[in-house]
Design a protein around this ligand. Structure first.
Ligand SMILES: [Zn+2]
Ligand SMILES: [Zn+2]
Length: 155
């Protein structure tokens, strides 16, 4: 609800439209009616643009996160080396990474020290290189809790 007007505003404005309806209790004149229609037409366009811009921003953010993750892998190996942080044995960078493919157990997985499911994040401080096997068997247990059984892969 707009404020009441003491004097009649100029026609061809939104306040004119309000004045006709609320103060004069009459149908707005054509000029005021057009002004009101134009306002809402522009408003709807503006809101549509806003919604689309927000969608683009969200998509850009998701993409940036993905790219960030790709860059991160090199950074992780540069920073932490190619030894499994769980069992301290070397990781085979040529082994397949896809769980179940021949030799995947010794392949590289990026392990989250604090699992994402427990509120850990995707930062370089929270990830370490590990074997696929060690990562899978760690099974979303926080490393320092030491609750998983490390089987002897390398004996
Ligand atoms: Zn008017
Ligand atoms: Zn390992």
């Amino acid at each position: 609800m707009g404020k009441r007007h003491k004097n009649k505003p100029e026609c061809g404005s939104r306040s004119g439209y309000d004045w006709h309806r609320r103060d004069a209790k009459e149908l707005p004149c054509e000029l005021c009616r057009q002004a009101e229609i134009m306002y809402w037409r522009n408003e709807l366009i503006r809101r549509g643009d806003q919604i689309r811009a927000n969608g683009r921003k969200a998509r850009a953010k998701r993409l940036a996160a993905l790219n960030n993750h790709t860059i991160l892998e090199k950074d992780i190996l540069n920073r932490y080396g190619t030894t499994c942080h769980i069992c301290k044995q070397p990781i085979d960078l040529n082994a397949p990474r896809q769980t179940g493919k021949l030799g995947w157990e010794k392949g590289l997985h990026i392990d989250h020290v604090i699992p994402l499911s427990r509120g850990g994040d995707n930062t370089i401080e929270n990830v370490r290189p590990s074997h696929g096997y060690c990562n899978i068997t760690k099974n979303a247990t926080i490393l320092n809790e030491g609750r998983w059984l490390q089987e002897k892969l390398f004996d």
